[in-house]
Design a protein around this ligand. Structure first.
Ligand code: C5P
Length: 224
């Protein structure tokens, strides 16, 4: 099969995948697809129904997925629940704590993968997640495995959340929480054998984006 006009960016939690993927998509004139946001939206849609999470069934989580959709816009796709933009709801602690459990359901993974693959009908895409280069687009023109040290990832995540540089005391527990989520997601978080490794530790986001865009150009993806 020929290469697809797709860049995949996979890696552990909070490695800056989504913001990097959006910037790479902008540089390539492609659309960004955030697969993690789909898993989060399914979790949020199921949370809306109430009931203790330990009693959620696979069938009713899958039913919740049917209320989630991707609506195309110029730079990517808005993740909607019941047709409405749900971005803020996706980032809360309740969703973050439960999403790995939802993402373990194989029918849910199949549903998300089909949604992500379908975005290609709108043109070139830059997809970020855990298994975009392995399970979803094994024929992508470029596969990136984006890593950074846990402390660096925690620092960036806290900077985003608090709007100020975090203290050392704040970074420790956040790094531990990220590593715990990586453990829960380990099964589906693997680099493709032919992925390009990009280490974001100690480089600016702009540099990180420039490296990926240069790799994409070298694989024949047109730049705008
Ligand atoms: O990328 P983000 O941290 O928003 O992803 C939320 C969760 O969705 C991850 O912790 C993981 O459980 C799940 N996920 C996944 N496969 C993907 C993307 C995300 O299992 N491709």
């Amino acid at each position: 099969m020929s290469e697809q006009p797709v860049v995949t960016i996979d890696g552990p939690a909070a490695s800056g995948k989504s913001s990097t993927a959006q910037m790479v998509a902008d540089a390539l004139g492609a659309r960004h697809v955030d697969s993690g946001a789909l898993y989060r939206a399914i979790t949020a849609a199921r949370l809306r129904e109430g009931g203790a999470p330990e009693f959620w069934t696979e069938a009713d989580v899958l039913a919740a997925a049917q209320r989630v959709s991707l609506v195309p816009h110029a730079r990517g796709f808005t993740v909607c629940i019941e047709g409405r933009d749900a971005e803020e709801e996706l980032r809360g602690q309740a969703v973050t704590g439960l999403v790995s459990m939802v993402a373990k359901i194989s029918d849910v993974r199949g549903w998300v993968n089909a949604q992500v693959r379908a975005t290609l009908r709108h043109g070139a895409v830059v997809c970020d997640g855990r298994d975009m280069g392995t399970a979803v687009f094994p024929d992508a023109a470029l596969k990136v495995w984006l890593v950074a040290l846990p402390e660096e990832r925690a620092r960036r995540r806290l900077l985003q959340r608090l709007g100020r540089p975090p203290s050392v005391e704040e970074i420790g527990p956040e790094a531990a929480a990220l590593e715990a989520r990586d453990q829960r997601d380990a099964e589906q978080t693997q680099p493709a054998p032919d992925a390009e490794w990009v280490d974001g530790t100690g480089i600016s986001q702009g540099e990180q984006v420039a490296r990926i865009v240069a790799l994409a150009a070298s694989r024949g993806m047109p730049l705008i």
